[in-house]
Design a protein around this ligand. Structure first.
Ligand code: SAH
Length: 223
């Protein structure tokens, strides 16, 4: 697929992507690999067609099922924080909350192996199809409850939770490798971006900026 065939905004998107990445630099993003990934991944293909024109603005946008795609700055920031905690070769990473799959694609551009879980089946299916069309192959997607993690693929060197959790889900801590890193928005009404590092039985934590995410919801929706 080429960009021109999709959503009709074609050639402008590479240039708007460049502007987006310049803005990320102005906003304090320093990791050049992250910036390169966001230059490559066609964000407009991940949002609803009606919002494709706004895909490169620094805003969160609605996707289906009342969920949102995070604003570019937050995607960049969380990716940068995760990378900083990963081993040299990148290791194995788990994302909770696939949503439209944009963050998944950014991670897959940077890392050898990415797992991602989504609790809304319709979103999981669409993300799977979209990522297949874009030939993002180094990922495994699952429809399920991210609170439970992915025991069969554990341990993970890094875990990124892209929905707000009141506290760290214990199963995810359990599935984190020694030396591994978790990045998440923590809290309910007031949310803070947090980084946890596992050292044996201990977790070291750092709090960063305030953020605003949809909630991490336990269990699966009723059918
Ligand atoms: N990374 C996504 C962000 C989507 S918003 C993107 O780039 O688009 C957060 C997502 O987390 C939503 O799709 C929501 O359905 C999902 N989510 C919420 N609770 C979950 C849970 N327990 N397990 C898996 N996914 C969950």
């Amino acid at each position: 697929m080429n960009e021109r065939q999709h959503h009709g905004i074609g050639m402008t998107s590479a240039r708007t992507r460049e502007r987006m990445v310049q803005r990320l630099g102005d906003q304090g993003i320093r990791n050049l690999r992250v910036m390169d990934a966001m230059l490559q991944v066609p964000r407009h293909l991940f949002v609803e067609e009606a919002f494709a024109q706004r895909a490169y603005e620094d805003v969160a946008l609605p996707i289906a099922f009342k969920q949102t795609i995070s604003q570019p700055y937050i995607v960049a920031r969380m990716t940068e924080l995760l990378l900083a905690g990963l081993p040299e070769n990148g290791g194995k990473v788990l994302e909770i909350g696939t949503g439209c799959g944009y963050q998944t694609a950014v991670l897959a551009y940077l890392l050898p192996q990415v797992y991602s879980i989504e609790r809304i089946e319709g979103l999981a299916n669409r993300a799977r199809q979209r990522l297949r069309e874009l030939r993002v192959n180094n990922i495994k997607l699952r429809y399920g409850d991210g609170y439970l993690g992915w025991p069969g693929a554990a341990p993970f060197d890094g875990i990124m939770i892209t929905a707000a959790a009141p506290q760290l889900p214990p199963a995810l801590v359990h599935q984190l490798a020694d030396g591994g890193v978790i990045v998440l928005p923590e809290g309910q009404r007031r949310q803070v971006l947090k980084v946890y590092k596992k050292h044996g039985d201990a977790l070291r934590e750092a709090s960063l900026e305030e953020v605003s995410f949809v909630p991490l919801v336990p269990g699966l929706p009723r059918r």
